[in-house]
Design a protein around this ligand. Sequence first.
Ligand code: ADP
Length: 587
Amino acid sequence: MTGKKEIDMLDKDLFLLAKGSGRYIAATVVLSVVAMLLNMAVTACICNMIALAAEGAEAGGYVIPAALALAGVILRIPTGIAVNRIKASLGAKVRKELRTKTYDKIVSLGVRTTEEMSMAGLTQVSMEGIEQLDLYYSNYLPQFFFSVIAPFVLFSVCVFIDWRTSLVLLACVPLIPLSIIAVSKYAKRIFAKYWGKYTAMGDGFLDGVQGLKELKIYKADARYHEKMNEKAEEFRKITMKVLVMQLASTTIMDLVAFGGAGAGIALAVTGAVNGYLTPFEALFLILVAVEFFLPLRALGSAFHVAMNGASAGKKIKALLDAKQPVWGKGEVGDGDVELRNVTFSYDGSRDVLKNVNMTFSKGITAIVGKSGSGKSTAVGLITGALRPSDGQVLVGGKTFDEFSRESYYSRLAVVSYNTYIFNESVRDNFRMAKNDVSDDEIYSALKKVDLADFVRENGGPDKVITEDAGNISGGQKQRLALAVNLVADKDIYVFDEATSNIDVESEAVIMENIDALSKKAAVVVISHRLENVVKADKIYFLNDGAVEESGTHSELCAKGGEYAALYNTQKELEQGYLLYAKGGAAL
Ligand code: ADP
């Protein structure tokens, strides 16, 4: 079965992905057949009139065929409009349905990244991928069924005129799908690669933009630039390959289609010359011959778009089928969050966290380490978005299948570098955390993050924040996100790179709040910048997925290990950068 599925001209999984599209597709196919029959009727009438002219018929003889041709042309208009309308509504339906499904899934997974896909990959697939899939359903699938039916409809009409020509035409039709199948295996590989390169480029770009400040600090921006250039070049090359392949396969299809029509036409002409076909019949067959091939030819063109959509569809399906973390029903217990002998792998082949032990108690606990050392993965495990491949994550001594997500989230708040602020009023954003939040509570939280005056002077709590906080600065957005989390009394706070890429004042405000919160709650701080965790009660230094060192800042510095080395390097770099920046300003 898998061998056969390689061909994939009609992917069952994809067909089932957008349920309820069958009716639309059937209506499009029926109307397309009607349109084709009308075309044939008009062609017959015209052939008839030409034959009449050749015979030198009276003017009156033209009335009936001319009237019928006109009627056919007029009827053809609403049919064409209806086909386009149905295709458009099918496209809209598919887009809406798949967008809702992917959105719901991403929300229910509750993670920025799933095990299968990165954030950039998700964005590309859920935006452009769905556009491509729209074409798969609204163009490719109706065309697929129409292409199968059309030659038989034509044959059943033409066979009454001349069985030989009709049979030759019908027999040549399968050559087109055979040529499509021949290139499809190759095309599929290229398209899979194309999407791979595309998402890799997107990932790199997103990472680069998010980490621009760090890249500048570490003077790694030029190297990153080169890396991005390489990725873009790889993408250009694969795009060119896709285009060359499409062009080559279109040429092959044209040769087959027009070759087949040519054979039919030659036979019809022979029939007319030999006298077993009337000029009217021969002319009709000549004009209709190419119609046998056009639907499949159009399918061939749509096929490449469809393949692209099918690749995207597979990714969407993988996302929709992604395992959802299991939660229990009970109440979460009081007490520490603990990672006990935790090993985690995204793909089952490489352990990203290796036998990690961490405890998060009242006070500040920091997780630090270089990029890729496993910090975000640890956050995923703490929040319950990811589950350990081995070992246990415990909250108050209970595992995730013993309490509900709601119960845990009533204790837990996460402020991350990409916390989303909704396109609603300040008040509405606060309501997400506490439904009946009062103005006093809002202002008291805003005061803690030094935003009270800003909000008061800029329209109060009913001021609308534009999409993802576009009308406030990055630092203000982070402070607002923190304030939202301050109104509900939580006892576990996770700050995941919450001070990345923001201004110094905002960073200081957030650090002050972290200090204040740590007096009454367990605060987990993830930061690649070690200066931010100097005050932590405990620091876990991750290296390549393992806790390499742990202790307080002074303990780790005294030890003179990897942590101390990284701290000193960062300090020197930042001092150098500050001197450089000051020098620049003085110039
Ligand atoms: P950090 O936050 O310290 O930069 P991460 O936890 O993001 O580190 O990544 C740890 C390792 O896991 C890296 O090698 C990264 O490539 C890999 N990784 C991260 N997210 C995924 C994912 N969704 N799928 C597969 N591998 C991933």
